[in-house]
Write a protein of this length. Structure first.
Length: 312
């Protein structure tokens, strides 16, 4: 029952005022058949290896010392969901940013204004990060810490993305093809609003600022929210490792629904399973943060280097 209450509180809060997020999306189908074939092959190979070597088993994974009581973890998660929109709204007022027209319809903001909103949201959420880091500094570590070192955790995160990314992309492409066959419409080449804004903007300083935010800052804050607070709170409340990972992945995917194409939401769910696994397997947020950073960086590189050629 406490787990149900947790999800009931988090999902509405996220839909009402989720802060700007990064470029979490998967390039959809409709491009190179050779590329899609290679990705599908990589997905099959990765899935076979995962089940062959039972990498999904988390029975022997290290446990980290509990930083917060469940109610504190829930309060901090909700605080991140609330402080992000508050920070963005304060930035909107401070810089006079108009987000809707006279008819009440959203307007396409220039990248500079989007960057200001992002920074405001991230400053708000950074308050929770400060509390988290303060608590980590004051926590008593066990005499025998079985967790991976941060360097090894980063390597595990990078290696895990190599296997998880093609699987996530394969699921997204299958859903995109099913959707196209039903609706008769091809899936969008750009599946996330932020990525679309980056591609439509001139190569200036603001593009560098936003790219840095979504590659560096977004992964840190999102992994703190989803893995460090939500997933950890679910496990503290009694959920097993995989139930906590799956429930967190559901929340992660649904909170991106408003800014991401439907087929990419499916990919994000699969990708989030990988983030959660890396966190549990190493006992450190470093692993999932590195995965998230490399994923966002890879998406940005693919979009800027490959998608423009596809549009010619």
């Amino acid at each position: 029952m406490p787990i149900v209450v947790l999800l009931f509180l988090l999902l509405p809060a996220g839909f009402v005022g989720a802060a700007p997020t990064g470029i979490d999306q998967i390039p959809p189908a409709g491009g190179s058949f050779l590329l899609e074939g290679l990705v599908l092959l990589a997905a099959v190979v990765a899935a076979v290896l995962i089940f062959r070597f039972r990498w999904y088993v988390l029975a022997g994974a290290p446990r980290r010392s509990r930083l917060f009581a469940p109610e504190v973890g829930l309060a901090l998660a909700l605080a991140m969901l609330v402080l992000g929109p508050i920070g963005a709204r304060l930035a909107q007022y401070a810089f006079g940013i108009v987000t809707v027209d006279e008819a009440g319809s959203p307007v396409d903001l220039p990248l500079a204004d989007q960057a200001r909103l992002f920074i405001g949201a991230y400053i708000g959420q950074g308050l929770v990060l400060a509390v988290y880091l303060w608590r980590m500094a004051r926590s008593h570590r066990p005499s025998r810490d079985a967790r991976f070192g941060r360097g090894w955790a980063a390597l595990v995160g990078a290696a895990s993305l190599v296997g998880v990314w093609p699987i996530a992309a394969a699921f997204g492409w299958v859903v995109a093809m099913i959707s196209a066959s039903i609706t008769g419409r091809s899936p969008e080449m750009i599946a996330h609003e932020t990525l679309r804004a980056l591609l439509d903007s001139p190569a200036d300083g603001w593009l560098i600022v936003v790219a840095a935010l979504v590659v560096i800052v977004t992964p840190v804050l999102e992994e703190l929210l989803y893995r460090g607070l939500i997933q950890e709170t679910l496990r503290t409340l009694g959920a097993g490792r995989w139930p906590a990972i799956i429930l967190t992945a559901v929340v992660f995917a649904l909170m991106h629904w408003q800014v991401t194409a439907p087929h990419a939401v499916v990919s994000l769910f699969v990708l989030s399973l990988g983030f959660g696994w890396a966190y549990e397997r190493t006992g450190r947020l470093t692993a999932s943060i590195v995965m998230h950073m490399l994923f966002n960086l890879g998406n940005l590189a693919v979009a800027m280097l490959w998608l423009p050629e596809q549009a010619v």
